[in-house]
Design a protein around this ligand. Sequence first.
Ligand SMILES: Cc1cc2nc3c(=O)[nH]c(=O)nc-3n(C[C@H](O)[C@H](O)[C@H](O)COP(=O)(O)OP(=O)(O)OC[C@H]3O[C@@H](n4cnc5c(N)ncnc54)[C@H](O)[C@@H]3O)c2cc1C
Length: 411
Amino acid sequence: MASTDSHVIVIGAGITGLLTCQGLKKAGIPYSCFERDASMNYRSNEWTMAIHWARPLLEDILPKEVHDKFPTIACNPIAGIHSGLYPIIHGETGELITGVPYTEGLRVPRSRMRALCAEGIDVQYGKTLVDIAFNESGKGVVATFSDGTLVSGSMIVGADGPRSRVRETAMGDAELAATTSFPIFHTNMTVCYNDAEKAKYVREKYPTSYLALSDRSFHAFQSISSMPDGPDHPESWIFHMAMAWMGESDNTMCYSERLALIKARADGLGEPARSAFMWMPEDTEVHKADISYWISQPWENREGRLTLVGDAAHPMPPYRGQGLNHCVNDVSKLLKGLIAVHSGEANLSETIAEYESEMIPRGKEEVTCSVENGRMLHDWNKVQESPVFRRGFKPMDGHDTRQGQEIAQTS
Ligand SMILES: Cc1cc2nc3c(=O)[nH]c(=O)nc-3n(C[C@H](O)[C@H](O)[C@H](O)COP(=O)(O)OP(=O)(O)OC[C@H]3O[C@@H](n4cnc5c(N)ncnc54)[C@H](O)[C@@H]3O)c2cc1C
């Protein structure tokens, strides 16, 4: 018999929270979604993300009409969902070091994926979660927001990102829930050359993206991000660029000072990376990303009334391209459990315990691996021993099942 008292409170309307809501809505499970920002993409800076091994899971999570639009938000609309070899090149010579294989991969700009995942979802913006209380009856939860609103539900799902407030309650201590800063100076830029010839030149060899590793121990990354006026108007193409090196960040620097640091490094690169970075307009906003991590560990889930998904559960450095893939995997697994609870076939406490018993070790292993990978990738003497060279994009062993089937070979 279907449960009449399911009401899932989802905190955070990043991609993970929105995917969760899409799946709940598709299954007919009541939900409410709360986001602290005033509107979608309100203060977020942009980046692009590769979805690879978890991509097939999106089909089950999303309604067909939303899922069908995925090829339209691809960074490279000509390639859409495709297989291939992700190029890692030697920064100084421009020669290919390796091609990391992937099957059915899709690179998307974060803002467009978020907008697509928000289609048909009722998000309550400007709502910052500040507290969570649990009814003494053992059933139900009450979320308190900074404007004084109280909302009750049957459970709360923390999809509130790396500095999750829900994780603080789960761990019972802000210190235990705190992230560790990954010591890297990581910059992200959104660039339009406003020049068709330049735009075509930087994409000629690697039409979607590449990662250049410098023998001076930094990485330079470029991806097409979107084509606002279409493939025939290269002057309008937008690129995602990133450059990063190990070391503490100087937060006092302005955009132009950061750009000067980047161009000083780019000057020694080979083509196409040298031109791609040297041609960045002088007014480019050079955003510094805050890269931090938290090694997933068990928390108090209050008889299944609280759990975590996505970066809230396993924030990690992004250099093996795993974060979003795990977010999708979390949502897929959590939804299966919640559908069984809603239909009366399973109980909430056991379902959430089972979900966490798979997800927490998977998160722990990937966060640990991504931290190691991040360090090695930015140390020229170690790059070829790094996990992305050894394992490619494949999920870690033992954490690669989908509906009981092996999916490790999909990347
Ligand atoms: C530069 C970069 C490149 C990346 N590349 C890849 C890649 O190639 N492949 C890949 O798989 N992954 C990649 N990732 C990782 C991926 O972007 C993240 O794993 C994913 O976007 C996390 O989504 P999320 O919804 O869990 O968290 P978030 O996007 O952080 O969303 C959390 C939301 O919760 C809201 N929130 C926070 N606190 C509260 C509160 N108290 N109350 C209400 N709302 C709150 C926030 O405002 C936010 O909107 C990359 C990350 C970076 C930084």
